[in-house]
Design a protein around this ligand. Structure first.
Ligand code: A2P
Length: 409
């Protein structure tokens, strides 16, 4: 007997392995845990993804925004996606099936689900300059020459953090503070595939590490231990060992939301740990260079590290004028001292933090260890509520207005 056949069509969400820089942002953002990864690729589980789009704006490269119309029964399983080097073409069979089934509209846009689970802004500040993204990709990388590589942390500590300056020569590489670049380390992983790019926040302002030069700086921590086992980070070791004159392969720039406001009376509340200081240094330096040109907004910084010796940029930071930036350091492992985190320092400065929270010109930036995100948001909530601010209302507003930017890893 020939009865009516039910053909279910799916607009399958896929991640482009050629563009993805494996930064984990999508997996962290997905409210339903539909995204996962192996050593090669980030992939989307078709049976779980509800097309809510929460992951799309935070993706720094746009690799996340790929869709294929497929028969639900033929959806690409994750095991297949893990093996891809490129996305499959759209097959005509599935599209033909859509045409035949009048009750299915596979071109429906996102489901329209309100995404409350996103904790920070997915839009830039209103006055941010327009960023360039993806000028150079895995297929079309550019090169930069190492013009400086300095250890930032005291030689007495195990924490080996470097300040690395890369010069693009005559190759255009326009960046804004808060953006990142991808470095393609040479060589291949165990399965013979070329290493994928590693993402690093830029630590220099838009007009160059050295003003007027076509160069950027990065803050890179050598990864030699993970979860107690010794694991040498492929790219961090490559970068930290670079010598002046070496040439590196670069893609990017990336990032269109973690950007600084351009209006001169905007205030920056910056909270970071370790190498999360890179974008804060970029923004601070940009404002320092603009200071005499009428930038009047306040800068308040909370910066956490294990000890003073492990804090990158400790010297230059503590030398900045007090009337330019209000710097608060929090050390967690100073011998003989109680453990202190950035959120503890924020609570100690609650009155001033609250004053910033009450000001519509304040923009908040959080960058560093994943673990700090909860603690910092909790501290902001407590400080706000103690000063007659309805945190839930303020939080939603900060997010909507591009005034709360979180980048943790
Ligand atoms: P801890 O002494 O507990 O490791 P790292 O050196 O690993 O990059 O860390 C930078 C700083 O961030 C350290 O002082 C570390 O303290 C601190 N830290 C660790 N977890 C948190 C957290 N949940 N909130 C805030 N700071 C944290």
């Amino acid at each position: 007997m020939n009865g009516p056949v039910s053909i279910e069509v799916l607009r399958q969400h896929l991640i482009d392995p050629e563009i993805c820089i494996r930064c984990n942002t999508c997996e962290e953002t997905c409210p339903v845990d539909a995204i996962t990864h192996d050593d090669s690729n980030y992939v989307v589980k078709a049976e779980i993804c509800n097309g809510c789009m929460a992951c799309v704006p935070p993706c720094p490269t746009g690799a996340i925004d790929n869709w294929r119309t497929v028969l639900r029964a033929d959806a690409y399983p994750v095991d297949e996606q893990f093996k891809w080097d490129v996305l499959p073409e759209q097959t005509t069979m599935a599209v033909a099936a859509v045409d035949e089934t009048s009750n299915v509209d596979a071109s429906d846009e996102a489901s329209g689900i309100e995404v409350d689970t996103v904790r920070g802004s997915v839009v830039p500040p209103w006055s941010a300059a327009k960023p360039y993204v993806n000028l150079y990709t895995h297929k079309t990388p550019t090169t930069a020459t190492v013009v400086g590589n300095y250890r930032l942390t005291d030689a007495s500590t195990d924490s080996d953090i470097h300040h690395i300056v890369l010069d693009f020569g005559t190759m255009p590489f326009p960046v804004l503070e808060g953006q990142s670049i991808g470095i393609l380390p040479p060589g291949a992983s165990g399965d013979g595939r070329a290493h994928h790019a590693r993402q690093y926040s830029i630590a220099s302002p838009r007009d160059g590490e050295r003003a007027g030069y076509n160069n950027v700086s990065l803050t890179v921590k050598r990864v030699s231990q993970q979860h107690g086992d010794t694991i040498d980070g492929v790219c961090s070791n490559y970068l930290c060992d670079l010598k002046k004159g070496d040439v590196v392969s670069v893609i990017g720039p990336f990032g269109g939301t973690f950007l600084m406001p351009n209006h001169p009376d905007s205030h920056l509340l910056m909270i970071c740990t370790g190498t999360g200081s890179a974008p804060m240094r970029a923004m601070t330096e940009y404002r320092r260079r603009r200071r005499l040109k009428g930038a009047t907004g306040k800068l308040m910084l909370f910066f956490g590290a294990r000890t003073k010796e492990e804090l990158p940029y400790f010297g230059p930071l503590t030398n900045l004028p007090k009337d330019f930036i209000d710097t608060n350091l929090a050390f967690s492992r100073t011998p003989g001292q109680p453990k202190r985190y950035v959120q503890d320092a924020m609570r100690e400065r609650a009155v001033d933090v609250a004053q910033m929270l009450k000001d519509d010109n304040t923009h908040i930036y959080v960058c560093g260890l994943k673990g700090m995100e909860d603690g910092v948001l909790q501290a902001l909530k407590e400080i706000g509520e103690r000063h007659q601010l309805d945190w839930e209302v303020l939080w939603a507003r900060l997010k909507r207005e591009g005034r709360l930017h979180l980048e943790t890893y």
